[in-house]
Design a binder for this molecule. Structure first.
Ligand SMILES: *[C@@H]1O[C@H](CO)[C@@H](O)[C@H](O)[C@H]1NC(C)=O
Ligand SMILES: *[C@@H]1O[C@H](CO)[C@@H](O)[C@H](O)[C@H]1NC(C)=O
Ligand SMILES: *[C@@H]1O[C@H](CO)[C@@H](O)[C@H](O)[C@H]1NC(C)=O
Length: 427
């Protein structure tokens, strides 16, 4: 099987636009969670009024404005999630130094970028306009701005990539599925290079209303937004919705070494499973998460004791964090070097950025890659008092220096879909 390595990274997150800025703020224990107060009357009617929002400003300041990344004509054609994808893909390709012009290279470069929800704003506005004004109120750009696979489409059009073009949409597992599936396309020879990840921007009152109705969102911290996303903490009370994108350039190993590309890490394993249990609730014993992690390690030909770090899905919900914690302990506890739960290193970066839904898995796989590159474990913000049974090392509040050779990055989604990536240092 052909080996797959990571040669480029790009992201737009609530911590900033661009990898450098995002990663620096993550290690400085910065938070991207703010209040939604002031965003319109509809937000005020919703019990959860906190969100992880991409900060607005110029690219030099590590902030977001569309005009730094695309001309006004394209901005008009594109959903915001697709704009985040375009920007992150540009950064990742520049980082990888991959700007091919030869036909063969263009044909062997593909794109897989997914989104969990897509352009809710467009669907909402057009529904209202159609209801009130009929046919003539529907924009000719309605469909291209609505479709989820258009992020991948726009990236391929901009760069001329003619390889596989695909979009996963598996709720909050989207990002990991996009990257994992792309790695398989390279392994099987369908492409030599893949631009892969997830993008999301549904900071819309209807999305908040829906998740709040499903009782998924944090509602107890509206006056203290930066404290609201608190994975593993006993006072956690639901997730905080965030927006952004994470994109990786994946490359076949020999292709990368032949052009002397910088290699961040290797994608060693990818495990997929299903809880087969409930629409939104996890199985208490964490069966799905356990199976996904076990499968990722099997592909990597690695054992649980080799895992130095787990970037948990942990969204700060009561049941989800507990199920994943149970699964991680079941997988690792008792293995050599992991006699005690405190020997297991786990963190959830959602404390800092919130839950980016379809982009979460991609952004977190990037954080995991950077943890490997810099030998540092990113912190779990706001973890004051772990719940009973939470005895691992959750890297509470501040980063920890620690050699990381092998790591897992987990993502789980509504519908019971679970996936895990196994990333390893390429040394
Ligand atoms: C939808 O309508 C709102 C309110 O008029 C506006 O602020 C927003 O930009 C519109 N979104 C799109 C995608 O047209
Ligand atoms: C598996 O995915 C489901 C999706 O609903 C999620 O709720 C659950 O937390 C995941 N499993 C575990 C053990 O975390
Ligand atoms: C977890 O990190 C600590 C340092 O923070 C380290 O001493 C320990 O060995 C790590 N555990 C594992 C299993 O790597």
């Amino acid at each position: 099987m052909r080996r797959v390595v990571i040669t480029g990274l790009g992201a737009v997150t609530p911590l900033g636009a661009g990898i450098k800025h995002t990663w620096r703020r993550l290690l400085e224990c910065g938070s991207g969670i703010v209040s939604t107060t002031g965003r319109g009357a509809q937000f005020e009617t919703i019990p959860s009024r906190v969100a992880g929002l991409v900060p607005l400003g110029s690219r030099e300041d590590g902030k977001w404005q569309a005009k730094d990344w695309l001309p006004a004509s394209e901005e008009r054609q594109m959903a915001l999630f697709a704009q985040y994808a375009i920007a992150s893909a540009q950064e990742a390709l520049d980082d990888a130094g991959w700007h091919p012009t030869a036909q063969h290279d263009l044909e062997s470069t593909g794109v897989t970028i997914g989104s969990g929800i897509g352009n809710l704003d467009e669907a909402y506005n057009t529904s209202v306009a159609f209801h009130e004004g009929g046919y003539r109120k529907v924009s000719p750009l309605f469909v291209p701005r609505l479709l989820i696979n258009l992020a991948a489409g726009h990236v391929s059009i901009r760069h001329g990539f003619k390889g596989p073009n695909h979009a996963a949409t598996t709720a909050c597992t989207t990002g990991v599925h996009a990257i994992g599936d792309a790695s398989r396309l390279i392994a099987y020879g369908d492409a030599n290079v893949m631009v892969a990840g997830g993008a999301e921007s549904c900071i819309h009152p209807l999305a908040f209303a829906g998740f709040a109705r499903a009782r998924s969102l944090a509602t107890a911290w509206n006056d203290d937004p930066t404290a609201s996303s608190r994975p593993f903490d006993k006072d956690r009370a639901g997730f905080v919705m965030g927006e952004g994108a994470g994109i990786m350039v994946l490359e076949e190993l020999e292709h990368a070494t032949a052009r002397k590309a910088n290699i961040y890490a290797e994608i060693k394993g990818y495990g997929l499973s299903s809880d087969a249990y409930h629409m939104t609730a996890p199985r208490e014993d964490g069966e799905g998460a356990y199976l996904a992690m076990r499968q990722a390690l099997r592909h990597a030909k690695a054992t649980p004791e080799m895992v130095d770090y787990v970037n948990a899905h942990a969204t700060s919900t009561i049941l989800g964090d507990a199920a994943e914690n149970t699964a991680i302990k079941r997988l690792m506890l008792g293995q050599e070097g992991k006699e005690h739960a405190s020997d297991i290193n786990v963190s959830s970066t959602k404390g800092a950025v919130g839950h980016l839904l379809g982009a979460a898995g991609a952004v977190e796989a990037i954080f995991t890659t950077l943890a490997i590159q810099h030998n540092v474990l990113p912190p779990t913000l706001n973890l004051e008092n772990p719940s009973p049974g939470f005895e691992c090392n959750y890297v509470a509040k501040t980063p920890q220096d620690q050699r990381v050779d092998l790591a897992l990055s987990n993502s789980f989604g509504f519908g019971g879909t679970n996936a895990s990536l196994c990333l390893a240092a390429f040394r």
